[in-house]
Design a protein around this ligand. Structure first.
Ligand SMILES: C[S@@+](CC[C@H](N)C(=O)[O-])C[C@H]1O[C@@H](n2cnc3c(N)ncnc32)[C@H](O)[C@@H]1O
Length: 134
């Protein structure tokens, strides 16, 4: 997917309280971020956030984390989550969005910290030089 550069995307993400730009600090401690012990559902390559926004607003007893490598896409996921929760008059307290390459997820989750992983057309494009052993 070709994307136009959006210089405003990163600052908007960094200003958002449910966007985590330093996710490794929560490895093994996501319950501290969410302030509860609920299960974590992870979406890899969450894109513009339709799935995560619509599911997180319905399933308040689960924590949802969406990862996408593109700031220019994730910024729309952030806006979608805000819109869907506002439409439902709910506070956003079970969502985290992470701008990052999914090849590094081992750096941000402990074993068994995630209950479920969703891959919705994530079409990953891992670069050869960042995959272990290549
Ligand atoms: C085809 S889109 C699907 C988006 C969304 N899951 C949906 O169903 O609408 C694929 C998404 O995966 C992301 N992606 C692809 N490779 C990735 C990687 N290695 N790390 C993180 N995100 C990646 C892309 O930026 C893109 O937003």
């Amino acid at each position: 997917m070709r994307l136009r550069k959006k210089p405003w995307a990163r600052p908007e993400l960094e200003a958002c309280k449910f966007v985590v730009t330093n996710p490794s600090q929560y490895k093994g401690k996501w319950k501290d971020f969410f302030k509860n012990d609920n299960e974590i559902y992870l979406e890899l390559g969450c894109g513009r956030g339709k799935f995560i926004a619509e599911n997180a607003v319905k399933k308040e007893d689960k924590n949802f984390i969406g990862i996408d490598i593109k700031d220019e896409v994730l910024v729309y996921a952030k806006r979608r989550v805000e819109e869907v929760f506002a439409e439902n008059n709910k506070e956003i307290n079970n969502v985290a969005l992470i701008p990052m390459e999914i090849a590094f997820i081992e750096n941000i989750f402990d074993k068994d910290e995630v209950s479920r992983i969703y891959l919705n057309f994530s079409t990953p494009w891992p670069k050869k030089d960042i995959i272990k052993g290549d």
